[in-house]
Design a protein around this ligand. Structure first.
Ligand code: ZN
Length: 149
């Protein structure tokens, strides 16, 4: 567990400092804002679809290190995945950060697995899952901004 904890810090620091896909997408098909009033995390997620596949995904905004790192890891993970695959990753991520485990399925989660440590800090679960909730809303064509409250 201590290995996972130091990996967790390493991944979060790295993605916070150099977030992946951190840019406005000018030719996005869809975008939506997500807000976590508890912590002040606020991001916009941009998506460009090719049929059912997420051709490109990016985000902008600001917030705490966990929320930004999670958005960054999420964007790297769901790019070129189908909507269905992305929603499945979302539910695995959700199980992971709420401490429900993923049934020994951690291997497929890649860097996402480091966020398991968040489950020990309930106030941080909303930070870690904000980008994912917003992505899900974008994929499901919601038009109202997402709030974790
Ligand atoms: Zn936060």
């Amino acid at each position: 567990m201590s290995d996972l904890r130091s990996l967790y810090q390493e991944v979060i620091l790295d993605h916070n400092k150099n977030p992946r896909n951190f840019r406005v997408m000018e030719d996005a098909d869809r975008s939506l804002e997500g807000y976590n009033p508890l912590c002040g995390d606020r991001y916009v997620i941009y998506v460009r679809m090719d049929g059912d596949t997420i051709e490109d995904v990016s985000f902008t905004g600001s917030g705490c290190a966990i929320s930004k790192a999670s958005a960054s890891v999420m964007s790297a993970l769901v790019k070129k995945k189908t909507k269905e695959e992305a929603l499945r990753l979302f539910s695995q991520f959700h199980d992971l950060v709420t401490g429900h485990g993923v049934g020994g399925n951690e291997e497929g989660l890649g860097k996402m697995a480091v966020f398991a440590g968040v489950s020990e800090f309930p106030a941080r679960v909303k930070c870690a899952s904000l980008a994912w909730h917003t992505l899900k809303a974008v994929l499901e064509r919601q038009t109202t901004a997402v709030s974790t409250e």
